[in-house]
Ligand binder design. Structure first.
Ligand SMILES: Cc1ncc(C[n+]2csc(CCOP(=O)(O)OP(=O)(O)O)c2C)c(N)n1
Ligand SMILES: [Mg+2]
Length: 308
């Protein structure tokens, strides 16, 4: 006889109240898109600025998900400025924690931490490290850096919401190289089994990991089919097309009928925004000398990153 666990016995919809007012958003019109593009550019310029303080960092990994960060933090997620512990907030976990340098400026922008803290990025005693620490940084929901764990942790948070009757969404950003971690697939199985519909994963499908093309290191395609076979609802979009990204994320966040977890495969370019970094895996970790840094600002501000 099969004895259902309390979680398995709890269909998601029974625990999903109507979306409260906190999730009303303005129309996704030209003005809104312009704002989101500006925020993505802010992620890139701040990434350059902070890495110049640390003198090493993950430019390319942050650049590929700049639009994803912008869409989540300025359009999709339910957040309350200045209140990083708000219990009703949507959660965000980064499997690819090494790109946290691009996220910290957004946390400061939302009043979760003081802007001055950014200016001391990675210095001794500063809470902001190359990888995010939930015990030190307000607004970080999960400490990451060791690839592969965030989806399992996010699933736990999604199931916890069901138990307490909360309706927050849990977003988990995964790298495409991170898809090679076995733990990701245990979480995938488990989330589908438990019908964790409020769990929304996003894959930054930038084609590269640390030391080469993902397909050369260890093949992950056909990726969408794999997730579908694991019982997930799968979507794909251009991860630099902010309008498409934001509208897809809105529909995933607001879909109260879905009974499966959902995943958005966002096709991106590693290093997007600085021509010589694009698709060049050598820039996974690096440092721009001052003259190159000045040129990087010029290129980023010229709108090269804005052409999606
Ligand atoms: C468990 C684990 N193994 C290895 C590493 C070293 N590492 C750091 S980043 C990285 C590549 C990640 O590639 P991907 O997930 O595609 O991220 P992105 O391209 O967005 O930087 C690796 C292997 C790690 N952080 N954790
Ligand atoms: Mg990658």
């Amino acid at each position: 006889m099969t004895v259902p666990t309390p979680l398995a016995a709890a269909p998601t919809r029974r625990f999903a109240p109507a979306r409260p007012a906190g999730r009303h958003r303005p129309p996704l019109d030209g003005q809104r898109i312009t704002l989101l593009k500006q925020k993505a550019r802010f992620v890139r310029t701040e990434t350059v600025r902070l890495i110049s303080i640390a003198k090493t960092g993950h430019y390319a990994s942050s650049f590929s998900c700049a639009e994803i960060f912008a869409a989540l933090y300025y359009d999709t997620m339910r957040l309350r400025d200045g209140d990083p512990q708000w219990t009703e907030r949507d959660r965000f976990l980064m499997g690819k924690g090494h790109a946290a340098v691009g996220l910290y400026p957004l946390l400061a922008d939302h009043g979760f931490l003081d802007h001055a803290v950014l200016d001391e990025y990675t210095r001794l005693g500063n809470p902001l490290g190359d990888h995010p620490d939930m015990r030190k940084v307000p607004g970080i929901d999960f400490s990451s850096g060791s690839l592969g764990h965030a989806l399992s942790a996010g699933l736990g948070m999604a199931l916890a919401a069901r138990v307490v009757g909360a309706d927050y969404n849990v977003f988990v950003l995964l790298g495409d190289g991170e898809q090679q971690e076995g733990q990701v697939w245990e979480a995938a199985l488990s989330a589908a089994h438990h019908e964790a519909a409020r769990l929304i994963a996003i894959v930054d499908r930038n084609q590269y990991s640390l030391d080469g093309r993902v397909e050369d290191v260890m093949r992950i395609e056909p990726l969408a089919d794999k997730w579908r076979a694991f019982g997930w609802q799968v979507h794909e979009t251009d991860g630099h097309d902010i309008a498409s990204l934001a509208s897809t994320l809105r529909s995933l966040a607001d879909d109260m009928e879905r009974t499966q977890p959902a995943i958005l495969i966002a096709h991106t370019i590693k290093g997007k925004g600085i021509t010589y970094m694009e698709k060049e895996f050598g820039w996974h970790l690096g440092w721009l000398a001052p003259a190159d840094e000045a040129a990087a600002y010029v290129e980023l501000r010229s709108g090269h990153d804005d052409d999606a």
